[in-house]
Design a protein around this ligand. Structure first.
Ligand code: DGJ
Length: 763
């Protein structure tokens, strides 16, 4: 570990002497602690090469294979961003940080300077990272650099207020494979009295001036999640936020900023980021008059406060940020790789998603032993690997009016408990999964009758129900113990391999009357911490159990919950055409390898749209394949087709789930077409799914120019579903497929094709 302190080394004295330090700086970074990075193009760099500190210029530089991130300590002691983008050459100059003087009395240096982490004080008007009220009424907080350490590939910088013992540890860790930086902050009260944190954001990302920035973000609603939005950035502020108590589907805590007025899928500079937090959150995108951009994210300040007693600390969520110079497509491929290799449980050796069957759309709440066993037999016959019984198996659950909270097996539906069904599922060669919604309670339940005080509420105020249910206050220790206890018991007493963890409403009346008044707003943090700790403890004790994050569809998908869950449910909308757009949007932020997709009945319950079984399968084969149809209504031909398609899926599943996704044609706007290509990590295979909404005026299907192939390798083309155009070539080089392209023949309404390229090994 190396530790440096300006105060210790005497470079910075008391604030009034600090300006001296800058005159000692030299114009070019000369390493004094660690050797320089290897030349551009070398990918393997050691820890000491990846994080450098130059103590003549007081500059920190983090280098990955493709990215450099540079910041320094300026003459005022502030941490100032200097560069974030494509990897710089080792010898490239990086002038030391120098606070921007501003242009007038209305433009103070503290705002004009792009800071990494700013306290609210000294005239700050941009979004502060930290705002504190002290017990004496002082609200001025000015954070300056004190020291740093470099350990385990992690840079930790300690800041401190200029007079009060408020310490902030900032952590920076760059992922070795994708260069994605994880940043967070830990606030510690080293004073003698408690103080109140009013705003705390994990980090600020700064981008240099440009007139061409385009912001992308994802918006949605129930059954209509994951819509990609694009807006040009102009001076002002864009606020992306959830005040719902959880991640929410109105906006997802992800952003991407492209520097181009005409962004392209695979070309151009893109900066992107995502929060690892499953509670209320906020990301502010501020553009100043010089067209510089600050992106500040973390807990939303709305209705927030957190009291820190002397000696206590608060850790923020992680705010991840990355850079791609291969367009937004490259940005999402980096994020996918990062999620699968560094975030999800078991990473980088996570298990592939099995083909599952889920009972929800077939049986609704009307589950019982005989009915589920009959479905299980049919599911097994087409190659399903996991059978999941959804809602309805517990308490007095006949519909959504009752039962949540009472997690005993319903004795009328399952007179001998779950064991006979689970045994049956196992005997058919599948593992067994179960739906739960642990954080909720129906007022019509024994749990609520016994513990009406366990829900979020304000004393003597109405309790607003959503889907006839209330939210348990997981911040309470007794509620946490109850929820962990029943789940542990369920998993200990039954051979369950998978939980579908649902969460079907947002918060209302987020009160915590049993806590001291000044601590009640801590519910926003403590709830999420307890949720995470329950998931972590369950996973620790029941290591074979996998978990899906579901929230009435995709309302709780983020990099915090994905650390503890293996997959996510993007939407309750399973219409296979709508799904193309939903899945396209989802993959801007999250990997196909965590995205579950079910084949359900036709006509679709959502739109009344009729589609073929092949179309429905191919739409769902772009992620983790599931089947949610009522198999009791299937014909012999349906079973035969499904068995063939499940087999085809299994042959490309690794490529689809773990490979690199290229959006050849995005199903956005009025597009009649939608085409994705997934290329296996080792390049041996590409899987292409093509969809047509409806033929117009005899127009042929567009030529498909593939991407991500080895130009010199030879690949053979195999059409599995749908037809190639007459006379189409079936064996050619990567260059041919990428530049001449593939001609396929799709005509009619809701048509789909699936083909693969297999690389031939060189002799
Ligand atoms: C909402 C989920 O998204 C559905 O898949 C289903 O599990 C229902 N809840 C059950 O109530």
């Amino acid at each position: 570990m190396r530790e440096r302190s300006f105060f210790q080394s005497g470079v910075f004295g008391p604030p009034q002497h600090r300006r001296l330090g800058i005159f000692l700086a030299v114009a070019f970074c000369v390493p004094v602690i660690a050797p320089r990075c290897p030349a551009l193009g070398q990918s393997a760099s050691t820890e000491s090469e990846r994080i450098q500190y130059d103590d003549t210029t007081h500059t920190f530089r983090m280098d990955g294979a493709g990215v450099s991130y540079v910041f320094g300590v300026n003459q005022n002691g502030e941490l100032q961003s200097l560069y974030w983008g494509k990897r710089l050459r080792p010898a490239d100059p990086m002038p030391p940080a120098r606070a921007d003087g501003g242009t007038s009395a209305f433009d103070l240096p503290v705002n004009a300077t792009p800071q990494e982490f700013a306290g609210w004080g000294g005239g700050l008007v941009v979004v502060p990272n930290l705002k504190i009220t002290f017990p004496d009424g002082n609200r001025d907080l000015v954070l300056h650099y004190v020291s740093h350490t470099i350990q385990n590939n992690t840079l930790t910088i300690t800041l401190k207020d200029i007079s009060r013992d408020v310490a902030v540890d900032l952590t920076y860790k760059m992922d070795e494979e994708t260069d994605i930086l994880a940043r967070s902050a830990r606030i510690e009260n080293r004073t003698q009295l408690p103080f109140t944190i009013e705003d705390v954001f994990a980090a600020t990302w700064n981008l240099g001036p440009s007139n061409d920035y385009q912001l992308r973000y994802l918006t949605g609603r129930w059954a209509g999640e994951w819509n990609l939005q694009q807006t040009a950035l102009h001076p002002g502020k864009v606020v992306l936020e959830s005040r719902r108590g959880s991640t929410g589907d109105e906006v997802n805590p992800w952003f991407a900023i492209e520097r181009s007025s005409q962004p392209d899928q695979d070309v151009g500079d893109v900066w992107f980021g995502a929060l690892g937090w499953s509670g209320s959150w906020q990301i502010n995108v501020e553009t100043d008059w010089q067209n510089r951009v600050r992106i500040t994210g973390g807990n939303t300040p709305f209705d927030f406060s957190y009291v820190l007693a002397p000696g206590q600390s608060l850790e923020t969520p992680r705010f991840y940020g990355g850079y791609s110079n291969t367009g937004i497509g490259g940005a999402s491929r980096l994020l996918h790789r990062f999620e699968l290799d560094s975030i999800v449980p078991g990473a980088p050796h996570r298990r592939l998603r099995p083909v599952l069957y889920n009972s929800w759309e077939a049986t609704g709440f009307d589950v019982n032993e005989a009915g589920q066993e009959a479905l299980a037999e049919k599911a097994a016959s087409i190659g399903v690997e996991r059978f999941v019984m959804d809602d309805g198996w517990f308490g007095e659950r006949k519909d959504d009016h009752a039962g949540l909270g009472d997690w005993y097996v319903n004795p009328q539906k399952f007179p001998q408990g779950l064991k006979p069904l689970i045994d049956k599922v196992h005997s058919l060669g599948m593992d067994f999964g179960l739906w739960v919604e642990p954080e909720m309670v129906n007022p019509n339940s024994d749990l609520y009758r016994k513990h009406p005080d366990w829900v979020l509420n304000f004393a003597d105020r109405p309790r607003t129900e959503g889907r006839h249910q209330l939210v348990l206050n997981l911040a309470r220790d007794d509620v946490r113990a109850y929820v962990y206890g029943f789940l542990d018991k369920l998993l200990s007493e039954n051979d369950i391999s998978f939980l579908k963890w649902d969460y079907n409403r947002n918060w209302s009346e987020p009160g915590w009357p049993a806590a001291p008044v000044e601590k009640q707003k801590e519910v926003y943090v403590k709830y999420v911490h307890n949720l995470y700790s329950i998931l972590a403890d369950l996973r620790e004790k029941h290591q074979h159990v996998e978990i899906e994050s579901c929230s009435g569809g995709g309302a709780r998908v983020d990099l915090g919950i994905l650390r503890l869950t293996d997959e996510a449910w993007p939407s309750d909308n399973t219409d296979p055409f709508d799904r193309l757009g939903i899945q396209d949007g989802f993959t801007y932020a999250y990997a196909p390898g965590v995205m579950m997709a079910w084949v359900t009945d036709s006509p679709s319950g959502m739109n009344g749209r009729s589609t073929s079984l092949v179309y429905r399968f191919l739409s769902s084969m772009q992620g983790g394949l599931g089947i949610g149809a009522n198999l009791n209504k299937w014909t012999t031909e349906d079973f035969a087709a499904a068995k063939r398609l499940v087999g085809e899926y299994k042959a490309v599943r690794t490529t689809v789930q773990d490979g690199a996704l290229y959006r050849l044609i995005s199903p956005v706007g009025e597009s009649e077409y939608s085409v994705t290509e997934s290329v296996a990590r080792d390049g041996h295979q590409a899987a292409i799914f093509a969809f047509l909404h409806s033929s117009q005026k005899g127009q042929p299907y567009p030529q498909l120019y593939l991407r991500g192939l080895d130009p010199n390798a030879v690949y053979s083309l195999h059409a599995h579903e749908g037809k190639l155009a007459d006379g189409a070539v079936q064996r050619a080089s990567g260059d041919y497929w990428m530049h001449h392209g593939v001609s396929i023949s799709l005509r009619g309404d809701f048509q789909a094709a699936f083909f693969t390229l297999e690389r031939e090994e060189a002799q």
